[in-house]
Design a protein around this ligand. Structure first.
Ligand code: ADP
Ligand code: MG
Length: 298
């Protein structure tokens, strides 16, 4: 297929041996905007996490090809270097790590951006101005005590800084007030227009879509893609909901409910681990960066 940036074929995803997504065929062409809709618990976030290589999820069948490479077995950091990005539904708080340190650490993984020292700071301040963000946030601990809107702005700051080839935005608009929603849509438009970015937007809120050009809409119900269409499908779903799809999707619901209990039991422990790992990794990287800067006489 010409210009397919992302193509999944027969992708089947399980967590703890429980299948959550079935036979997903999804093709996203470079420079296009796709929207993924579906009722709560359909598996939308699971698909995003699986595309990013979250170790919680295993591909038990099928493949993911991204930018000409089969990334089905790639680690999350390799996928990120390849140009995949995901903005999380609930961004993680990392006590002890200032926002600037975090941004510096993620940019260090992307030498192709050629952003070091004063150039990096300049670029970050430029984006913060576009996002109406106070530069003093750079010294604050990552996401700690940030409002929902501020956390989403930090995600948008990462998006515009890293300029990924494909951005998966998971409910980036949920719970935002009008001003924050405005800022987030502005950031997405900059990514679309100035960076020719490619988007997979997971959303309930169709207001954010009013200001964006949408090329294709996909409907996910009970772990299966049951419909696709052009932007007008959004209005149809607004009017009629997902009722008409539920019969088509089969009985994935039982296994999904079984998985839910397990997932919830695990969630607290996983969250704790994630905090620790992220902070430790950034600390190590920061020390290495400082040593390198000293050597380079910066
Ligand atoms: P959506 O984003 O569409 O609301 P999710 O992808 O978050 O739905 O979840 C789909 C279903 O998969 C839910 O029932 C959820 O409990 C289950 N699930 C998600 N992650 C896991 C996991 N790690 N282990 C087991 N079940 C999970
Ligand atoms: Mg979700």
């Amino acid at each position: 297929m010409p210009n397919a940036l992302l193509a999944t074929k027969g992708l089947t995803i399980a967590a703890d041996d429980v299948p959550l997504l079935h036979d997903i065929d999804l093709t996203i062409e470079s420079g296009t905007t796709h929207v993924l809709m579906g009722p709560n618990g359909a598996g939308k976030s699971t698909l995003g996490h699986a595309l990013m290589g979250d170790p919680e999820y295993t591909a038990t069948a099928g493949s993911i090809v991204f930018d000409g490479q089969d990334i089905t077995e790639f680690s999350p950091d390799k996928r990120s270097t390849a140009g995949l990005f995901m903005s999380f539904q609930a961004p993680v708080e990392v006590p002890g790590v200032p926002l600037f340190t975090f941004l510096r650490a993620i940019v260090a993984q992307r030498p192709d951006l050629k952003l070091r020292g004063p150039k990096l700071k300049k670029r970050i301040l430029e984006i913060m101005a576009q996002l109406d963000m106070d530069p003093s946030y750079l010294d604050r601990e990552l996401n700690v005590g940030f409002s929902g809107g501020e956390k989403k702005k930090v995600e948008m700051l990462q998006l515009l800084l890293l300029q990924p080839k494909l951005a998966i935005l998971d409910e980036t608009d949920s719970g935002l007030d009008v001003d924050a929603l405005d800022t987030v849509s502005r950031a997405i438009r900059i990514y679309q227009d100035e960076m020719q970015g490619t988007l997979l937007m997971i959303t309930h809120n169709t207001r954010i879509l009013e200001h964006l050009d949408v090329d294709q809409v996909h409907v996910l119900v009970r772990g299966r893609l049951v419909d696709a269409g052009c932007a007008s499908l959004i209005n149809e779903i607004n009017d009629h909901g997902f009722e008409r799809y539920v019969g088509q999707a089969g009985s994935g619901a039982a296994s999904v409910a079984a998985a839910k209990a397990k997932a919830e039991a695990k969630a607290a422990a996983v969250k704790q681990e994630t905090h620790f790992d992220v902070a430790a990794a950034i600390e190590n990287m920061e020390a290495a960066l400082e040593a390198a800067d000293e050597q380079a006489g910066e």
